[in-house]
Ligand binder design. Structure first.
Ligand code: MTE
Length: 366
């Protein structure tokens, strides 16, 4: 591992894999901060962390545009207004470990519920850049590609993916060069990345080199194979890759960050803390918590934010009897959507989009 910097992460940061570097904050740290400190922000990498020289760096915008652009970082900053957006990134593999308890999911990282974090992103609006390039109305997708090197199926290429053209034109979609008021850290995509609020983290491509406007989604491995959702009966042996659903928007989700499974708690009311995240369109407006799966109480939101792509932190006070208890949490949104009850019904062989009710087992002392 890069022992020199450890990528400047917090001493409590949990490293899931050293090469490529992947990790996340412990859950009890995560729910203490509405805006996650950069040193606790989760990292998801499929290849190396490229060292990019910001002086020679340039972004290429090509494909279905009138005027292809090649922009240095300084040109990008000078030509387009700076905006800031608070947005939560969640990896599609968040909570995979619970799906792995249903049936094995080999060759995928066993993420717990920490593959999510919230930051304030500074940069320019993607739509401003695409309007300057003269986006063709017939373009249906914007494909992004990164400067890292990932090897899959015997080939080495940059990580990539795409989003629908409509999402590129919404004001929240950014080309970000800052995170929490500072230039992006190398591990988070220096000098430039996309930020696609409300979408799975995979579409927020780091070390961005090229944006190509086209009629079809990206042909990159991470759009055509990985980050696709299949029904529970599909396996690596019988999969037809073209049948999978390309993941885009997040799923409504909520997680108990404190207490943790296995905790031994004193008797009396237990303070339960967690996060909830919407599907990118609708605001989470209710979280409920239960100690027995039958009687539910409403949690109180600790944050009053209304942006649908930003998580909401919550707390509840739950009276639990002595002995073993299973605490459950579930959320609803303004459109009336709710979460599936069990992981069995949503298991998929790549281990994506687990948004079943979250449960932790705790021991309450006499
Ligand atoms: N961009 C590049 N170039 N390479 C990657 O491996 N990982 C993606 C996305 N962008 C990735 C990437 C995934 S799967 C996620 S969840 C987010 O970056 C994570 O962003 P972070 O590491 O800044 O938290």
């Amino acid at each position: 591992m890069n022992g020199v910097t450890w990528y400047d992460k917090h001493p409590a940061f949990i490293v899931q894999a050293e090469e490529p570097f992947n990790g996340n904050a412990p859950l009890d740290f995560l729910c203490q901060e509405f805006v996650t400190s950069t040193d606790l922000f989760f990292c998801r990498n499929h290849g190396n962390v490229p060292v990019v020289d910001s002086n020679s760096y340039h972004l290429t915008v090509n494909g279905m545009v009138k005027t292809p652009l090649v922009l240095s970082l300084d040109e990008l900053k000078a030509r387009f207004p700076k905006v800031e957006i608070m947005a939560t990134l969640q990896c599609a593999g968040n909570r995979r470990d619970e799906l792995q308890n249903v049936a094995p999911i080999p060759n995928e990282l066993p993420w717990g519920a920490g593959a999510i974090s919230n930051a304030v992103w500074g940069g320019v609006r993607l739509r401003d850049v695409l309007i300057a390039a003269g986006i063709d109305r017939k373009a249906k997708h914007a494909a992004f590609s990164g400067l890292d090197a990932v090897t899959r199926l015997g080939k080495t290429f940059g990580f990539g993916g795409s989003i629908p053209a409509e999402k590129t034109l919404l004001p929240e979609t950014l080309l970000a060069y800052e995170m929490n008021g500072q230039p992006l850290e190398p591990i988070h995509g220096f000098p430039l990345r996309t930020i696609v609020p409300g979408y799975i983290g995979a579409r927020s491509v780091k070390w961005l080199s090229t944006i190509t406007l086209q009629t079809e989604p990206s042909d990159n491995y991470f759009q055509q194979r990985a980050y696709k959702l299949f029904p529970p009966e599909v396996t690596p042996e019988n999969v037809r890759w073209e049948d999978g659903i390309m993941l885009g928007e997040n799923s409504l989700n909520t997680v108990i960050c404190y207490p943790a499974s296995g905790d031994r708690l004193p008797s009396g009311a237990v303070q339960v803390l967690g996060y909830a995240i919407g599907d990118g369109h609708n605001l989470v407006n209710a979280v409920e918590v239960s100690g027995d799966g039958k009687n539910w109480i409403g949690a109180r939101f600790l944050t009053d934010n209304r942006d649908v792509w930003t998580w909401r932190l919550w707390e509840a006070s739950l009276a639990l009897p002595a002995g073993e208890n299973e605490i459950s949490a579930r959320a609803r949104d303004t459109a009336g959507n709710s979460q599936p009850q069990d992981t069995q019904e949503i298991w998929n062989f790549k281990g994506y989009s687990n948004n079943a009710w979250h449960r932790v087992k705790v021991q309450v002392k006499e």
